[in-house]
Ligand binder design. Structure first.
Ligand code: SF4
Length: 390
């Protein structure tokens, strides 16, 4: 009986669950699935054994039974088959990301009280200056949206907090009623030095504001339109249409097609799960059209690219990495300590799909879009048409 070596190329990722083995090529974006059985299980164990160099021995008997699968592995360019012992055992390298260096640098940095590196991870802060937007209570937990209430962020505390960001490039989103902009001139002066600033206003507040709005130099303006609202038109503004059903979706598409910068954002209301199933849940076709490179798959294995580097400050002064969880601290606490907490034992930045049921047991977990606020709002993590969601 002849033996063969089956080996996979370094671009080929190997994922498994109780149903199938999935091979994904991170340069050609091709993939192959095969039903799970004892042979496939054994193949997986051998290929992922570090001492085997991404290579597994196949008997002539198995080759006959699995000839179709192995032919496809070769045809799609996921790996190759050579005869043993005529050719030496091939050596390949499985795609593995070495992450521990980063975490140990963070820990070392923190233990030695060198704040340097840790703050570099912060890329974006959303600041709710006031909570008088009259918005529905939970929308702000899904997307940037003014909050209902009476709180106002203390300007002196915020200015003090901004000292942490001196000399850093952090994007700042500011949410407030446009008529309150004038009260925060000092704050915007401090932003100007280094940060890219985006202002978020409700369309309804903008259309009700009679006086001239003093937009700080270089700030971008985003206008949030609910449902079928008619947007206040200004050439330089960008528009965000929040939609909760099909008719709002159609209206938003019509409006967006007339604008230079417009985005459509679905909102979960508690009663529109079918709308989400039809328009937001991931399908297999969408998943494999994402064309994920090796780097992107590594990123999905290590961190949450939706949440990473972002913080939100509410008018109460509480600071969050995830608005569905507890605050990391308040605006009066040390930013270094909050970032360390988030990176090492946090709620969002490192929230990969292998930390949540049922995704942890799914072969697509490192290919799927990262967990977003929708999963928390809906209360389930498999927003997909691939595994157990129907
Ligand atoms: S959302 Fe979760 S269960 Fe659905 S395909 Fe992605 S990883 Fe699998």
């Amino acid at each position: 009986m002849k033996d063969y070596w089956l080996y996979l190329y370094p671009e080929t990722f190997l994922f498994i669950d109780e149903e199938k083995l999935l091979l994904y090529h991170s340069r050609d974006y091709t993939y192959l699935e095969v039903d799970f059985d004892p042979f496939v299980n054994n193949l997986y164990i051998n290929l992922t054994d570090i001492t085997n160099a991404y290579c597994a021995k196949i008997s002539e008997e198995d080759l006959l039974v699995y000839s179709d699968f192995i032919a496809k592995v070769k045809a799609i360019g996921l790996g190759d088959l050579v005869q043993s012992p005529i050719q030496n055992r091939p050596v390949s390298y499985p795609p593995v990301c070495k992450i521990n260096t980063n975490l140990s640098v963070i820990q070392d940095d923190y233990m030695n009280r060198r704040a340097g590196y840790i703050i570099d991870y912060l890329r974006n802060i959303t600041i709710y200056l006031t909570s008088d937007g009259g918005g529905l209570t939970t929308f702000y937990k899904q997307t940037i949206y003014p909050i209902k209430g009476q709180n106002r962020l203390a300007q002196c505390d915020l200015l003090h907090f901004m000292d942490y960001l001196k000399g850093r490039s952090v994007d700042i989103n500011v949410v407030c009623d446009p008529k309150h902009l004038i009260e925060h001139e000092l704050l915007f002066q401090s932003f100007k030095q280094r940060h890219r600033v985006s202002l978020y206003f409700l369309n309804s507040k903008l259309s009700n504001t009679r006086q001239n709005i003093l937009i700080p130099d270089d700030a971008s303006v985003f206008v949030i339109c609910n449902g079928n609202e008619k947007p206040v038109q200004r050439n330089s503004y960008s528009y965000i249409f929040l939609i909760t059903n099909e008719s709002e979706f159609t209206y938003a598409q019509e409006q967006a097609s007339l604008m230079e910068n417009a985005e459509i954002v679905p909102i979960y209301t508690g009663n529109n799960l079918d709308f989400f199933k039809d328009n937001v849940f991931t399908t297999k076709g969408e998943l494999f059209s994402l064309h994920l490179t090796k780097r992107k798959v590594f990123a999905k294995q290590q961190l949450n690219t939706n949440f990473f580097g972002k913080l939100t400050i509410l008018p109460s002064g509480n600071i969050y990495s995830n608005l569905h969880e507890k605050p990391l601290g308040t605006i009066k606490d040390s930013l270094y300590e909050m970032l360390y907490k988030e990176l090492t034992d946090g709620y969002a930045w490192m929230l990969t799909r292998d930390k949540k049921e049922p995704c942890v047991n799914c072969r697509f977990k490192f290919l799927c879009p990262p967990i977003s606020n929708y999963e928390f709002a809906i209360g389930k993590f498999n927003l997909c048409h691939l595994r157990g969601s129907e």
